[in-house]
Design a protein around this ligand. Structure first.
Ligand code: COS
Length: 380
């Protein structure tokens, strides 16, 4: 066993840490308060190759893989969870194209996504198909005469969906077959019949715009089919296995950021004539927070390692995301408590971290769904 990062990974971590400190942190409050999509951050991440993380060099990507993605997303999430979410979700599109796309699709989309010229999206959830993803009703029926798929339906809670230049949409190409009739279809922004519906007003993660996507006789060429017809549900689940590692990294980053803020505050804040760092009750909070973070970290890196080395990672990715998101909620709660009244005020970043942490227990699969996935894997 070897728990050490390579020299290159350590350099990447340093680079991501400096980027987060110098570029992401200064606008994190504005992104949250003004519900501002971090477009400037995205452009800057493109310049230093983060938007192409996980995409092979031959398609204009950075060539590095899942472990590096966890490193980068974690560092960015320490300072701004919204920016980390935008990056993490963007890379899912490229992952799907790389795994299931045709040569033409790879040549067309991967360089655009890797360079950050385009933003990618992924849409599975519908108003009546959240945890029960197989209940999705959006259709994509092939019009044999024109050779086009005609999409009808509504997707909801789609992160970055209003900004994405291209998205993978999961729709029923054969509604009579239920989940076995689901397929992945690439839809580009501006395609007639595709519009953005409600923009959600959320509790947190305010910079990661969450929207409804509406398809009303939206026609796309047959060549936009991703993979094979009827394989969409399995493709979506496979992509989510990877995506959950990214959201786990986001949760880990939020927790690490909250711990760092708490350590700083405990040394600075004086009560009863001494820094509050000498109070054993609070020291024990720090011990709990650090222990939970350490365990979350290694489970996420283990999941990323399994994925990067082509091994089955469904169970461990579910465990990693479930554990990291629980950790993020618990750690931000303790961090806010350590900060007392100041933690509750918007002058400090704690209440933002607390709000941003909560969604990690819900999106990209709820903790309850992860327990379904884990228990099925363990019992069978
Ligand atoms: N990888 C590959 N294939 C998978 C898979 C995975 N992780 N999980 C399920 N599948 C396959 C199954 O093997 C099965 O294929 P076969 O019929 O060929 O055997 C098929 O998918 C159906 O699986 P299952 O019967 O387990 O489906 P369920 O309807 O019971 O749903 C859960 C499974 C609950 C795990 C799934 O619906 C889920 O993950 N829901 C949460 C959705 C989510 O995370 N949404 C977040 C937002 S995405 S924008």
């Amino acid at each position: 066993m070897d728990f050490k990062f390579s020299e290159a990974q350590l350099m990447l971590q340093k680079m991501a840490r400096e980027f987060a400190e110098n570029e992401v942190l200064p606008i994190a409050e504005e992104v949250d308060k003004e519900h501002k999509f971090p477009a400037e951050n995205f452009a800057k991440m493109a310049k230093i190759g983060f938007t192409g993380i996980g995409t092979p060099v031959e398609y204009g990507g950075s060539g590095v893989s899942d472990i590096e993605k966890v490193i980068v997303v974690t560092e960015i999430a320490k300072k701004c969870a919204s920016t980390a979410a935008v990056l993490s979700i963007h890379t899912i599109f490229a992952q799907a194209i790389m795994k299931y796309g045709t040569d033409e699709q790879k040549k067309k989309y991967l360089p655009l996504m890797a360079s950050g010229g385009w933003l990618g999206g992924f849409a599975l959830t519908e108003p009546n198909a959240g945890s029960d993803a197989a209940a999705a009703k959006t259709t994509a029926i092939l019009d044999e005469k024109t050779g086009e798929y005609v999409l009808n339906g509504t997707k909801c809670f789609i992160s970055g969906g209003g900004r994405a230049n291209a998205l993978v949409i999961f729709a029923l190409t054969d509604p009579s077959k239920g989940l076995k009739g689901m397929s992945g279809i690439i839809v580009e922004k501006g395609t007639p019949g595709f519009s953005i519906g409600k923009i959600e007003d959320k509790m947190g993660l305010n910079g990661s715009e969450t929207v409804e996507l509406v398809f009303d006789d939206c026609r796309v060429p047959k060549s936009n089919l991703l993979g094979k017809e009827g394989k969409g549900f399995v493709m979506a689940m496979t992509c989510l296995d990877g995506a959950r590692i990214g959201i786990g990294a986001q949760a880990l980053g939020i927790a690490e950021g909250a711990l760092e803020e708490s350590i700083k505050y405990m040394h600075e804040r004086v009560q009863f004539g001494k820094p509050i760092a000498v109070l054993q009750g609070l020291q024990w909070y720090i011990a709990d927070m650090a222990t939970k973070i350490e365990s979350a970290k290694w489970l996420i890196f283990y999941a990323a390692f399994l994925k990067a080395t082509g091994q089955d990672h469904t169970k461990i990715a579910a465990m990693a995301k479930y554990n990291a998101s629980t950790t993020a909620r618990e750690v931000t709660n303790l961090a806010l408590q350590i900060h007392g009244g100041y933690g509750y005020m918007r002058d400090y970043p704690l209440e933002r971290m607390y709000r941003d942490a909560k969604i990690t227990e819900i999106y990209e699969g709820t903790s309850e769904i992860h327990k379904v996935v884990i228990s099925r894997a363990v019992l069978n």
